[in-house]
Design a protein around this ligand. Structure first.
Ligand code: PLP
Length: 425
């Protein structure tokens, strides 16, 4: 047993040992390679329960998808009911139509949608469609923005330079990408000035959330929009995290800037694996003519579309956004207060439905300034938070769901204070 797993109770420890024999690193996604964690037996609302009987208030939410809380009954029931009539047809069905209509209604600006299974895939669809429609190859993207794990989008910084992040990754796939620092409109304008006629698309998280929550500076997205329009480039918003979480219309609605294409995932389907590529008809129709290929055995399955219909219906009929904002705001203030009480330079920043906790007080506008914070210190604290019954990500991003209420708030603040006391004491 590694020292890392010394905190595990017997059942989790046994499962971890079995998992390590049959699964590389004991996990099915490298994002979860963060050390020994309890095995989960079940989850409901904002709570996770381990196989050894521990409970956790969950602010990771499966990396974001459980925006309605775990196992939202209206979604789980709708999926179970629909799947009794077949799970996948290899043919069209009414739920696909209803799900597409609901997505377009929620977004407002988008005319058409194609469903997929993961955010990674829908991003690939967006990039291919932008290149197919413009006949250009180059794509502008930004430091620290995550767009999935495939060769042409996965990047890491080494010795101050961006490049491939993984052994086995073909770095030549990154050749046509221009990687810029975010929130710098003048730099973007200069690149368009130099090579605007070769740029197929600009892809951005409209609000940075994956690496740490950073909002766009006033006017930045507007300028990006204007530059793309002027130079005939496609503006792609990667709303895999922000979509349906910041509001029914996601970040596009919040910041009042409409992209040409956008990708969604996570909160769109109450925890089920569904993603979407949405966009304007002039672009999306190229998928329908077959000019640009986009395929997938599981796209638009009964399970997926039933989950989307139930989730979006719930978001339309009982919008949780005010509740989520209230919980997130109070929680952010509470965490800051605890930091002050213990004399810690705790920084809690971002938006109530998705905020970032770290140590330090550097002004943060992009990925590099984010690195000026003491992220490693928070990562250490996150282990103590886990020990104290708070299920949170080591990189400091906290997600709030519609299922977080007063009880969860009290438990979260009590547990956070206990973890902090243990660390400083
Ligand atoms: N885009 C963003 C902004 C993301 O945060 C993620 C995943 O976290 C992805 C794309 C990839 O989505 P998936 O993990 O569903 O492939």
């Amino acid at each position: 047993m590694s020292s890392d797993s010394s905190r595990l109770l017997p059942r989790s420890e046994e499962l971890r040992e079995r998992a390590l024999k049959r699964t590389p690193g004991g996990v099915h996604s490298n994002v979860r390679l963060s050390g020994a964690q309890d095995f989960i037996a079940r989850a409901k609302g904002a709570w996770l329960y381990s196989v050894d009987g521990r409970d956790y208030v969950d602010y990771l939410l499966g990396q974001g998808p459980n925006f309605l809380g775990h196992a939202p009954e209206q979604v789980v029931d709708a999926v179970a009911e629909a799947c009794r009539g077949g799970v996948i047809y290899g043919g069209q069905h009414e739920l696909e139509v209803r799900a597409s209509e609901l997505v377009c209604r929620a977004l407002g600006w988008a005319d058409m949608v194609r469903f997929g299974v993961s955010g990674t895939e829908s991003v690939q669809g967006a990039l291919r469609l932008a290149r197919g429609a413009t006949g250009r190859t180059k794509v502008v993207r930004f430091e620290g923005h995550y767009h999935g794990w495939l060769d042409n989008v996965l990047t890491a910084v080494r010795d101050g330079k961006w490049g491939a992040a993984s052994a086995g990754q073909l770095s030549s796939h990154l050749d046509d990408f221009i990687v810029l620092s975010w929130n710098d409109a003048d730099r973007l304008a200069a690149v368009f000035e130099e090579e605007g006629d070769q740029i197929a698309a600009v892809i951005t998280e409209p609000v940075m959330i994956n690496a740490g929550v950073i909002e766009p500076l006033p006017g930045y997205l507007e300028r990006m929009r204007e530059l793309c329009t002027r130079h005939g480039a496609v503006l792609i918003f990667d709303e895999v995290i922000s979509g349906f979480r910041l509001g029914l219309g996601g970040a596009a609605e919040r910041y009042g800037v409409e992209p040409d294409l956008a990708t969604y995932g996570k909160a769109i389907a109450g925890g089920f694996p569904v993603s979407a590529l949405a966009g304007r008809e002039s672009l999306m129709s190229r998928l329908g003519t077959g000019e640009v290929n986009h395929s997938g055995t599981f796209n638009g399955s009964v399970m997926a579309t039933a989950a989307v219909v139930a989730t979006l219906t719930s978001l339309f009929e009982d919008p949780p956004y005010e509740r989520v904002a209230k919980h997130g705001n109070t929680l952010m203030i509470g965490l800051r207060d605890i930091g002050q009480e213990y004399g810690l330079p705790l920084r809690v920043a971002g938006l109530p439905p998705a905020f970032h906790v770290a140590f330090g007080d550097a002004p943060v506008t992009d990925y590099r300034s984010l690195q000026q914070l003491d992220l490693a210190r928070y990562e250490r604290l996150s282990k103590a938070l886990l020990e104290n019954g708070l299920w949170v990500a080591g990189r400091g991003v906290w997600y709030v769901s519609a299922a977080h209420g007063e009880d969860e708030l009290d438990a979260a603040l009590t547990r956070f204070a206990a973890a902090v006391a243990g660390e400083v004491g």
